[in-house]
Design a protein around this ligand. Sequence first.
Ligand code: DI6
Ligand code: FE
Length: 412
Amino acid sequence: MDPELEKWDVLFTDARLATMVPNGTPYGTLEGMALAVQDGRIAWIGPMAELPHQGAKRLVPLEGRWMTPGLVDCHTHLVHGGNRAAEFELRLTGASYEEIARAGGGIASTVAATRAAEEDSLLDQARPRLEALLAEGVTTVEIKSGYGLSLDEEAKMLRVARRLGGEFPVTVRTSFLGAHALPPEYRDDRAGYVEAVAAMLEPIARAGLADAVDAFCEGIAFTPEECARVFEAAQALGLPVKLHADQLSDTGGAALAARFRALSADHLEYTSHSGVAAMAAAGTVAVILPAAFYTLHETQLPPIQAFRDAGVPMALATDCNPGSAPLTSPLLAMNLACTLFRLTPEEALTGFTRTGAVALGMGASHGTLEVGKAADLAVWQIERPGELAYRLGFNPLAYAIRAGKPRHLPAV
Ligand code: DI6
Ligand code: FE
């Protein structure tokens, strides 16, 4: 056989690996390592001294730099029309997020801007936000619909999400969030809209536009019973579910998510201890979203210690959305989670890698540095992994690799 064919595609040498696989050391650290990539997957990991003489088509000496799994941003509303800076200014004069929503602003104003935008314009608007995530090492991103609120408009948003995945070196997972808000044309017919959402699922699924189904369970959005109706329709189609749960009040959202074996329940500031226990029993991931807490001046802390005590895995995400979390920085989300919620930097990085992947149903293939997993990697100019959560507004990414392909060529 041609010896060239035997060679690995890429070989990283002299690396410090934060594998994020529990091995008794913080971050699952392995030092003095080599990592080989073949066909977009991690093919070999081992000490430099045990490196086989296989050779590689491309050799990348890391000179002791840290490598982590590529970041997984498991909760975003990245595709949307317009922005809500005016609402930000209103809130600073005293109006609350809920008051603005009840007065017809909030999500409804983004629905109007999203409906008014052509598909290509939505794509143009989303690109720079995605580029900002990629610049900080994101290799997988979840993108929700939820600002269209009709079959055609939700499908438009999800097509834009799919197109972003085709255009950029990133894995995109989509969630259908038809039950995000009541659209104006259904103002007096809640039940009718919930049935309409349930009916949207089949064509959305048939078009391959949704990897999961999400809903907003909240006083200003949908009741647990209404969300359950949507979840039943999702499960009948074999689609996994997720839930915006207990963000502004305790509506029993965590327990509802657990009842449907949701991949994740997200936000959770007001989740009760019985909700935590239900999530633990169901294996539902808690997605922590500190940017929304920060932006809304929330004071109710999510039950972080209860999640730890119950063994509920915590993921972390930007929640990138135009209202409650206009954030496109996973590193700042890590800092906020540590500073506001007392996550450890290791929990924060775990939340953006291993557990973020689990929250998307991708735990078997993504989120850690392990042989056989996707070669989605991030290389950082740092002395210790805790630096990723420590700074505000500084990006130490050297470069990222997605499916084995360097996104930015390393300067070697
Ligand atoms: N919770 C959120 O964080 C976003 N949606 C939701 O249900 C906020 C959406 C927005 O304000 O536009
Ligand atoms: Fe959200």
